[in-house]
Design a protein around this ligand. Structure first.
Ligand SMILES: Cc1ncc(COP(=O)(O)O)c(/C=C/C(=O)C(=O)O)c1O
Length: 336
């Protein structure tokens, strides 16, 4: 592999070159929170989430297919990433978002990069329905049922392999369930090349109030019950009908992994610990994988994928006004 961006792994991709903002090659830092815990910090991507990996290929194929417009439904990060990559490629971008359920940072990114913002009253699942029903006729759809996106997202596995080899576990927060499927695909390909002797077990994490896959898994069901009113502070994974659920169930089953859930309290606690002990700033959904790592205390080498940057969701971080001091208090503070 050589070069920057997802195209570094061109030999493993269906496309050999295309749109790039230098995505990928994100930090893999050893965590202070656990013995053999590593953090794959996807907040360091150009628009602050792992979505950039898939958008590099998705927007490239849209452009190459002659499309002038792309459309996505999103809880926010897909929209932010599609808007940036579409802008780079000179394509018009339409994003369909669940009104009142999109973290502010993602909203301003989509707007700033020039996307048309369309709000649905309902959640992500409603937004996706609109894109599938109306969007695909007029614009190239970039949601993660688009396999090109997952091809880009699988490069995360290649980067972990390059730096660490094959870990025992990879923990991934699961919403629409594309990312866990893509990462597993990447490791499977490394296995087929004889590079990974023992493939990692994939651990899918969902918020307790938005856990269709984890619930089905724990009940031993083959297909998930969809959830009409998913509830969690981690709005990025506030999804009740994961479109990629078959691929995600297969990834977890094939890898002999499992699904688990974490509470919003555990997510917010992990978000603070990750930031104050490891120096990694994550949005709530990204901290879900660390919350699971802390709870599960898995043996062997564990990689927690932190999927989005803290700046995406500033409103979720409380700053207690009483704790903010005035300048004249500085010396007294320092002397403590
Ligand atoms: C920070 C963050 N962490 C985890 C997920 C879950 O990944 P998938 O299981 O592949 O969906 C998302 C997903 C976001 C969207 O689905 C969207 O942006 O529309 C995310 O933004």
């Amino acid at each position: 592999p050589k070069g920057r961006g997802v195209w570094r792994y061109a030999s493993m991709l269906p496309l050999k070159n295309g749109v790039s903002l230098g995505e990928g090659m994100t930090p893999l830092v050893k965590s202070n929170l656990g013995e053999n815990l590593y953090i794959k910090f996807e907040g360091a991507n150009p628009t602050g989430s792992f979505k950039d990996r898939g958008m590099a290929l998705g927007v490239t194929i849209a452009k190459e297919s002659g499309a002038s417009k792309v459309v996505v439904a999103s809880t926010g990060n897909t929209a932010a990433s599609a808007a940036a990559y579409a802008a780079r490629a000179g394509l018009k971008c339409y994003v369909v978002l669940p009104r009142g359920n999109v973290a502010r940072g993602k909203l301003i990114q989509a707007a700033l990069h020039g996307a048309e913002l369309v709000m649905v009253s309902g959640l992500f699942d409603k937004a996706l329905e609109y894109v599938v029903t109306y969007g695909t006729k007029y614009a190239y759809p970039l949601n993660s049922f688009n396999p090109w996106r997952l091809e880009g997202q699988k490069t995360l596995a290649f980067e972990i392999y390059e730096e660490l080899g094959c870990p025992d576990y990879v923990i991934v927060p699961v919403g629409n369930a594309g990312n866990i499927s893509a990462i597993w695909k990447g490791f499977k390909e490394l296995g087929e090349l004889g590079l990974c002797k023992k493939l990692p077990k994939m651990v899918g994490v969902q918020a307790e109030g938005a856990a269709p896959l984890a619930t089905a898994w724990q009940k031993g069901l083959k297909t998930p019950f969809f959830i009409d009113e998913p509830e969690t502070v981690a709005t990025a994974i506030k999804i009740g009908k994961p479109i990629n659920w078959p691929k995600a169930m297969a990834a977890v089953r094939e890898s002999e992994g499992f699904f688990t859930t974490v509470s919003d309290g555990e997510i917010l606690k992990a978000q603070k610990l990750l930031a104050s002990k490891d120096g990694v700033g994550s949005e709530p959904a990204g901290a879900a994988s660390v919350a699971a790592a802390l709870k599960l205390k898995l043996s062997g080498t564990v990689v927690a994928v932190v999927t989005g940057h803290a700046l995406k969701d500033p409103d979720v971080v409380e700053i207690n006004a009483k704790e903010v001091r005035n300048a004249e208090e500085l010396v007294e503070l320092l002397e403590r």
